[in-house]
Design a protein around this ligand. Structure first.
Ligand SMILES: [Fe+2]
Ligand SMILES: [Fe+2]
Length: 143
């Protein structure tokens, strides 16, 4: 059973945002599986870094979308992205320095964060675009 189980209730209705979210689920699950399997730093390091890179790009894409539609809750939503980014960057630094061991507490945290953020913040954003008849511009050109 993957730690982050994707289902249709996570669909916001924005195809590219949804595609990126699904990929994030897949990456959190890979990280989780690697931790459970007791993989070493040579596997966990790149897995974690890829997840962080993809997440940051996804956040940028969503923020671009928010800016393009003058989304009223942009600042609050962006702050949540920034808080998570800061936390993950700090964690990667500690991990690379050998000051921290990755455990399923991390993958569970990321899974929870992602699932709640999608259902609360991202769903609200896409709903807003629909309710205001805004065309949610494509983001992230095919990512
Ligand atoms: Fe998102
Ligand atoms: Fe978001």
């Amino acid at each position: 059973m993957p730690i982050a189980q994707w289902d249709k209730s996570y669909c916001t209705g924005h195809p590219l945002v949804d595609k990126q979210h699904e990929e994030l689920f897949r990456m959190v699950n890979s990280l989780h599986d690697a931790i459970v399997a007791g993989k070493g730093k040579e596997v966990l390091g790149p897995t974690l870094t890829e997840l962080a890179t993809y997440t940051i790009q996804h956040f940028k894409d969503e923020e671009g979308l928010m800016t393009s539609i003058n989304y009223p809750a942009l600042a609050a939503h962006k702050r949540k992205h920034e808080d998570l980014t800061a936390k993950v960057k700090e964690l990667i630094a500690k991990f690379q320095d050998g000051k921290m061991v990755l455990s399923v507490t991390l993958s569970a945290f990321l899974s929870d964060w992602l699932r709640h953020h999608i259902k609360e913040d991202d769903a609200a954003l896409i709903k807003y675009t629909r309710e205001h008849g805004l065309v949610a511009k494509p983001v992230g050109a095919g990512r």
